[in-house]
Design a protein around this ligand. Structure first.
Ligand code: G3P
Ligand code: CA
Length: 342
């Protein structure tokens, strides 16, 4: 019977079942940040598929919720920077307080999934290709999962998923908590254990602590800069800052509920205001000492994002970080990161 199941699974999924870690994770990991978002409008099926075609090991959907509780892939719950919502629903503009800050625009939580399906993605950044604006839809998390499974089978290699819960405290406050639907979708896809190719990430702390009790999947604590405070910690008044979190004590605390950290790359190689780098910090080795992986964000080809010595040579920038022992990169240009792999 077991043999029969194995044969069927092999025929259906190929030798590496979709997202299943039959072998160790690649090192270092290439994570398609919002898909191949340097080339196509971010968080679209097309941008994720291109990242996979370019060799990304994982793709990264940021998640927010619709009014009817469906998880969709967007970097913000405010939709006007990356969709045509302002043209399609001009009268739905409003103002909300998100993470303690007033934001005016169009919010995913005010729209049903049916309405979201009428929207089309647009390119956020004016200096990137605008020719695909209006062509691609806004995917649900289920659709991203289906894409990853489909591509894993078609390519005969596991492709991982790296979802991020966006504004978890805010979503909880409006009755649209992200964690339960996220867990539900992953469980339905059979993704429940550490060996599965899934990392769940958050800039907040408490939802990761809660997720650590809910799932065996790997968790990653994202880290902002310096004196910034994760919003859930601000709301609780703990005073915990990202600066605190990268001390040895802070890293040990993170290791109690997470498997890795996701720092801004400048926390590894600091730079001055003009992009001139200082010597590397010891963050990677101190994180490794307490068993944490380190996946840094965000690597981009354009000269405006590169540190000064790497102007026009993004491969050299990746190689510098890989030589420091970095375990993975979030990149808008997976093709370039793959070229730089050791
Ligand atoms: O999640 C890693 C990186 O994506 C964090 O930055 O703002 O692009 O979600 P952001
Ligand atoms: Ca993200």
């Amino acid at each position: 019977m077991i043999r029969f199941v194995l044969v069927v699974a092999t025929v259906v999924f190929g030798l590496n079942g979709p997202l299943r870690a039959d072998s160790a994770l690649p090192w270092p990991l290439v994570i398609g940040h919002r898909g191949a978002s340097g080339l196509l409008p971010e968080h679209t099926v097309e941008a994720y598929a291109l990242a996979i075609a370019q060799g990304a090991h994982f793709i990264e959907p940021d998640l927010v919720s619709t009014r009817d509780g469906v998880l969709i892939a967007r970097h913000e719950n405010e939709l006007s920077d990356t969709t045509d919502v302002a043209d399609k629903f001009p009268d739905r503009k409003t103002t909300r307080v998100i993470d303690g800050r007033e934001v005016t625009g169009w919010f995913a939580e005010d729209f049903t999934i049916q309405e979201i399906r009428t929207l089309r993605a647009i390119q956020r950044l004016p200096f990137r290709d605008q020719s695909k604006n209006g062509k691609f839809g806004i995917p649900t998390f289920d659709e991203v999962l289906a894409l990853v499974k489909r591509e894993s089978v078609a390519r005969g290699r596991s492709i991982g998923l790296y979802p991020e819960t966006k504004h978890p405290t805010y979503h909880q406050s409006i009755g649209l908590a992200l964690e339960a639907p996220l867990m539900g979708a992953l469980e339905r896809a059979g993704l429940t254990q550490k060996s599965d190719w899934v990392f769940i990430q958050s800039f907040e702390v408490e939802n990761l602590r809660a997720l650590n009790e809910m799932t065996g999947l790997r968790l990653v604590q994202l880290l902002g800069f310096g004196a910034e405070t994760p919003f859930d910690q601000e709301a609780r008044g703990t005073g915990l800052t990202y600066e605190d979190m990268i001390t040895n004590v802070g890293l040990s605390d993170i290791a109690a509920y997470a498997d890795g950290i996701g720092p801004w790359k400048v926390l590894i190689v600091p730079q001055d205001r003009d992009g001139n780098p200082f010597p590397a910090t010891d963050l990677i080795s101190r994180a490794h000492n307490v068993g944490l992986l380190v996946h840094a964000y965000t690597f981009r080809d354009e000269a405006r994002y590169l540190m000064k010595p790497y102007n026009n040579d993004p491969v050299a920038e990746y190689q510098r970080f890989f030589s420091l022992g970095l375990d993975g990169v979030f990149t808008d240009f997976p093709y370039t990161a793959v070229r730089a792999l050791p």
